[in-house]
Write a new protein. Structure first.
Length: 326
């Protein structure tokens, strides 16, 4: 995990420095004089050689956990990440939960009723969901569900009139969890409604991937001899499918879950921009336009750490599902 994060930081640091743009010019404004720009470069260490800048950044990160200061917000990067990450984590986790429930359910149904209209419909949906861009799906849901039908809000994380009320309790930064812990049902309902469209949009591609792998894995398991033996013993179809077949088919599904969560983190950039969701994706997009290299490094570090952690959890889940793995 350490080497993955170090490699990510090195690559993003190099790319950010070769991209055209001057952070000092962004911070100083179009009317800043050259001596003012030189002062800004000295203050942020942008006048030093690239190797020295990278070494200084790594030393501060490893010795003090210092991620630097944002040029755009003028705050420590750690404060910005702490403020924006809970929104992205909430959105990604809810989207992953939707993907698991819908994807595994449809995959199992398609395998059990192989060749039926359910199987054909799920395969068409799987191909379509992977092919369609996330931002187009989000815009379509906004127009149809949010604007034409008017069931759900179009953007944001919470109704503006409730923003002050939601700040009364902030234990985790997750609106759904904090509102439940404080018993604030008004905030909970508003947060849940605002979360439906972006979470559903973000989950569609993961649903299709999990559904395809679940169907293939279930078809392989359903043809095993031990399942025919279980049926011959008189076990119900529900017990055979859910207790015996599904558990043995989950190993490849677990692998896709880890990859899908990483994909959801990357897809949150587009979804947060479409739905104006105040998370790390929207923060990174603003930092990119402001040529805020330090903020982009912090976001890349958080994303790489999350992905490495998910890979570790997937490896541990293998042992839980199959005790033969030591």
């Amino acid at each position: 995990m350490l080497f993955v994060m170090l490699g990510t930081v090195a690559i993003v640091f190099l790319i950010a420095r070769v991209v055209p743009g001057d952070p000092a010019r962004t911070l100083g404004g179009p009317d800043a004089r050259e001596e003012q720009l030189d002062q800004i470069r000295r203050e942020y260490g942008l006048d030093r050689p690239l190797v020295v800048q990278f070494g200084s950044y790594l030393w501060g990160l490893m010795s003090r956990g210092d991620l630097g200061r944002s040029i755009r917000t003028q705050r420590p990067i750690s404060q910005d990440l702490a403020a924006y990450f809970p929104a992205t984590f909430e959105l990604t986790t809810v989207a992953m939960a939707l993907a698991l429930g819908i994807g595994i359910g449809l995959g199992v149904a398609a395998a059990v009723w192989r060749g039926s209209w359910i199987d054909h419909a799920t395969r068409i949906f799987a191909v379509s969901g992977v092919s369609l861009p996330l931002f187009w799906i989000g815009l379509l849901l906004q127009v149809v569900v949010g604007y034409w039908i008017g069931w759900l809000p179009l953007n944001g994380r919470l109704q503006p009139s409730l923003s002050m009320e939601s700040r009364t309790s902030k234990w985790t930064g997750l609106l759904l969890a904090d509102s439940l812990l404080s018993g604030n049902w008004i905030v909970f309902q508003s947060a849940a409604k605002h979360l439906v469209l972006p979470a559903l949009t973000l989950s569609i591609a993961a649903v299709c991937q999990i559904m395809r792998v679940s169907r293939t894995a279930m078809l392989q398991v359903l043809g095993e001899d031990y399942l025919r033996t279980a049926v011959a013993k008189g076990l119900s179809s529900r017990v055979v499918i859910l207790r015996h077949a599904l558990k043995n088919a989950l190993l490849p599904v677990i692998t896709v879950i880890g990859l899908s969560y990483s994909f959801l983190l990357g897809g949150s950039f587009l979804v947060e921009a479409v739905f104006d969701w105040p998370g790390l994706g929207l923060y990174a997009t603003g930092s990119l336009f402001a040529v805020d290299f330090t903020a982009l490094l912090g976001v890349a570090l958080v994303f790489s750490a999350t992905r490495a952690l998910m890979s570790l959890l997937v490896d541990l889940a293998y042992y839980w599902l199959d005790p033969r793995i030591e």
